[in-house]
Design a protein around this ligand. Structure first.
Ligand code: SAH
Length: 325
């Protein structure tokens, strides 16, 4: 089976049957500040758009629904007009996670992909969504490439031609990953933004520059596992190729800013100020917990530099908050 088909099946099985958050932790699950900051970001972008109403507020791959829950709560007092205008739409394929999301976000509408979203300007957020989408892997052999398949828990190599030109200068045996699903999602999103307006903030794990190398990984109970055995038991992810996605989004007509390290973005959006404010009213022990959570999200040696953000936006909008040069 081709690797992307294997990964798609394994993850569909995994997300249908497991609580992913027993196996890994994500930024919104680490601190409510993450969702609160992205909520404030959404409200600011909405004002930059001229405050359209109604406006689609979309999250792709919402997991437990924590990000949007925190964002909504934070905006209730400070941006009620935004919440009045916002129609919440969630792109999620797992029935199990949809049910979980409905508990805290009962007013949302669910979609399996972008295609079924109603027309209109949108603000889309996605955290650790693209890294869960299936990848293909190609191996440099002689003057060409083979494609990796998975058979009985092992990689096999098959003749196959890459659907896009791959770098020719990589050494024999080097692996090049291609995330077609992420490219298709980003291209469709960029086209929609170019035609109907809005902005999308995509946060994920990956390098700023495209590079050869394999990044497919499985996490089970917080520890690395073999991605090829026991499909469906572990979450499979791969690094997001931000440079390639940015090129595709530009070609589709959107403005693109970033990638920016997650730490830099969160700091610019006031993470430490917010943490200080939150901590001020609490016990010393709680205050320490809040400051440590902020550091975990933003410090370069924690999540601050391996995680990155790009924003796609309509060319008529000013640079979205946090992405100013
Ligand atoms: N954003 C959340 C969850 C990340 S886990 C957080 O940061 O905590 C990845 C999420 O993407 C899960 O909700 C998973 O069910 C969803 N997902 C994975 N593949 C998908 C696909 N092809 N289409 C829609 N959602 C998908």
């Amino acid at each position: 089976m081709r690797l992307d088909h294997f990964m798609a099946r394994a993850n569909a099985l995994y997300y249908a049957n497991h609580d992913p958050f027993a196996d890994f932790t994500t930024a919104p699950e680490i601190a409510q500040m993450f969702g609160e900051i992205l909520g404030a970001w959404s409200a600011t972008v909405w004002r930059q758009m001229g405050g359209p109403s109604p406006m689609l507020w979309v999250e792709a791959g919402p997991g437990r629904g924590t990000l949007m829950t925190d964002a909504t709560r934070a905006l209730t007092r400070v941006a009620p007009a935004f919440l009045d205008a916002a129609r919440l739409h969630l792109v999620e394929t797992s029935p199990r996670l949809r049910a979980l999301q409905a508990r805290s976000l009962p007013h949302a509408t669910w979609h399996a992909g972008l295609e079924t979203l109603p027309p209109g300007p949108l603000i889309l957020l996605a955290n650790e969504f693209l890294d869960a989408l299936p990848i293909r892997q190609f191996v440099r052999r002689g003057q060409g490439f083979t494609e990796r398949h998975v058979e009985a828990g092992q990689f096999t190599e098959h003749a196959g031609s890459p659907p896009l030109p791959l770098p020719e200068t990589v050494p024999e045996g080097a692996v090049i990953e291609l995330n077609e699903a992420a490219l298709a999602f980003t291209t469709a999103l960029a086209q929609r933004i170019a035609q109907q307006g809005g902005a999308a903030l995509l946060l994920d794990y990956g390098p700023a520059q495209s590079a050869a190398g394999e990044s497919l990984q499985a996490l089970h109970a917080g520890a690395p596992a073999d991605p090829l055995v026991n499909p469906g038991a572990a979450d499979l992810t791969a690094h997001v190729d931000f440079a390639r996605l940015a090129d595709a989004a530009r070609a589709a007509g959107a403005m693109v800013r970033g990638p920016l390290p997650q730490g830099a973005l969160l700091e610019r959006l006031g993470l430490y100020v917010r943490a200080g404010r939150l901590a001020a009213g609490t016990s010393p022990r709680q205050a320490l917990g809040i400051m440590q959570a902020a550091q975990r999200l933003a410090a370069p040696e924690r999540m601050g530099s391996m995680f990155k953000a790009i924003v796609l936006h309509h060319p008529s909008l000013p640079t979205p908050p946090g992405f100013e040069a």
